[in-house]
Design a protein around this ligand. Structure first.
Ligand SMILES: Cc1cc2nc3c(=O)[nH]c(=O)nc-3n(C[C@H](O)[C@H](O)[C@H](O)COP(=O)(O)OP(=O)(O)OC[C@H]3O[C@@H](n4cnc5c(N)ncnc54)[C@H](O)[C@@H]3O)c2cc1C
Length: 425
């Protein structure tokens, strides 16, 4: 097929945004109805709300509840163009983005491609573990979990049944804690009803964390609360335990422990995406792109970086802001406001991160919340978590749908979405 991006000539400047995640989408929407031509590129035709991926993976929500087609978001916005393509690199000298549908010239370029799962260079992990960075990965995980129990039911070997039923979660950050808690609840309330012939007393959920405690980004007290709650729910937690290898049936840790399972959920780290064409010196040791306080990539006047992929700040020692939604959203809001200021001939403002606090949920009525002046946990933190996540979802229909889903699950202790959806062979 003959392909070209087929974009109209911009009347003023063209801003190309690579990646429509929290940062890219916020920037594009904030520049609607301005003199700029905005071209958003994404390898998916939808924006995904990553904080609720674990609920898709555990059959609590359907993917459509947390994914929103870009084209629908941009209805009636004449200065915004979307192209469904993969960004493969950039040519800063020629001011072009290299993509799977051809080269796209830009006046200003914004890199907001987020990060990838980090397998720390281990081929076995790459091949066998189940990551959870996208809707399709969450669905693969959901299929695997459900298929495992179907297989366990017909297995003639006790060892194999044990492997199929046990789950190891690698990484004790918010995602690892959230999914371990949900699985522990499902082991108690959902799986025994679906598979009454299997004995779920024997199913182990093991959470492995390389560092000394859970929820490393939060206070020690919150980490301890999460540990206590998960232990009460029957999750086995091993801190200071780095995953060393996984051959598809057995996980081994760096200190020689070994766990029998076919399912390792990988929530153990992320790394920046390669972007050929960027000068080598802009990359930090953590594979993030160094920018100045105006989000401009070091040494490149017309290229910006936002969100997880960016390390904003002039100091070489600063590794970057936390890889969370808030820094991405705040950076996008600032860049949009600066670009609008430029239209009015006003000077730009520098980025300053306002930390709104952190939250992590563990299970029904269990969560931890931390703000500058106070911390709390239990049902109030859990309700706050539900409210904030509901409000952050794009689209009234999705918000309502998720709310009804949560309400139904709360009342019935059940979710009714446990479908195994197979790809066509
Ligand atoms: C499972 C999980 C749970 C999380 N929970 C929370 C939470 O509770 N609270 C919180 O604050 N943060 C949470 N985060 C982190 C948060 O989602 C990220 O910090 C945030 O998404 C970063 O925004 P971003 O715009 O930089 O990148 P992303 O939101 O990751 O967006 C990147 C976009 O770029 C696109 N893209 C990538 N590569 C290419 C390419 N080569 N070509 C074209 N398009 C490309 C992707 O499709 C995607 O749309 C969670 C993350 C995960 C994975």
């Amino acid at each position: 097929m003959n392909m070209a991006p087929n974009l109209p000539e911009p009347a003023y400047k063209r801003i190309v945004i690579a990646g429509g995640g929290f940062a890219g989408l916020r920037l594009a929407r904030s520049l609607r109805n301005t003199a700029y031509q905005v071209v958003l590129l994404d390898k998916n035709n939808y924006h995904q709300f990553q904080p609720l991926l674990y609920q898709v993976a555990t059959a609590g929500l359907e993917p459509s509840a947390i994914a929103f087609p870009f084209r629908k978001i941009f209805h009636h916005l004449k200065n915004i163009h979307f192209r469904y393509c993969e960004v493969m690199g950039i040519n800063p000298a020629g001011k072009e983005v290299l993509t799977s549908i051809g080269n796209i010239p830009y006046d200003l370029l914004v890199l907001a491609m987020g990060v990838d799962t980090n397998y720390y260079g281990n081929e076995n992990l790459l091949r066998h573990v189940l990551p959870m960075k996208s809707v399709s990965e969450a669905l693969t995980l959901r299929n695997r979990l459900l298929q495992n129990y179907e297989q366990a039911l017909i297995s003639t070997s006790e060892d194999e049944r044990e492997s199929l039923m046990n789950i190891v979660v690698a990484g004790g950050g918010p995602t690892g804690v959230e999914i371990s808690g949900t699985l522990a609840e499902m082991r108690k309330t959902v799986f025994p009803k679906d598979f009454p012939e299997l004995s779920f007393n024997k199913m182990r959920i093991i959470l492995l964390e390389g560092g000394p405690r859970l929820l490393n980004g939060m206070s020690e007290r919150s980490g301890f609360k999460a540990l206590q709650s998960l232990q009460k729910m029957g999750v086995e937690i091993r801190t200071n335990t780095l995953v060393h290898d996984f051959d598809g049936t057995r996980v081994t840790s760096a200190d020689g422990q070994s766990f029998r399972t076919t399912t390792v959920i990988w929530a153990a780290g992320v790394t920046g995406k390669a972007c050929p064409g960027l000068p080598a010196e802009v990359w930090t040791r953590q594979n993030r792109i160094r920018t100045d306080a105006y989000l401009r990539v070091t040494g490149l006047n017309d290229v910006f970086a936002l969100g997880d992929i960016a390390a904003v700040g002039q100091h070489q020692a600063f590794a970057g802001h936390p890889q969370l939604a808030q820094p991405a959203i705040q950076q996008a809001a600032l860049l949009a406001s600066n670009l609008k200021r430029e239209l009015k001939g006003r000077p730009w403002k520098a980025f300053r991160y306002r930390d709104p606090g952190s939250l992590a949920t563990i299970g029904r009525h269990k969560a931890v919340a931390e703000f500058r002046l106070f911390r709390f946990n239990g049902p109030p933190a859990w309700l706050l978590w539900l409210f904030i996540h509901l409000m952050a979802i794009v689209g009234v229909k999705n918000r309502l749908f998720i709310f009804l889903n949560w309400l139904w699950a709360y009342v019935t202790y059940d979710q009714s979405l446990r479908l195994i959806l197979k790809n066509k062979e």
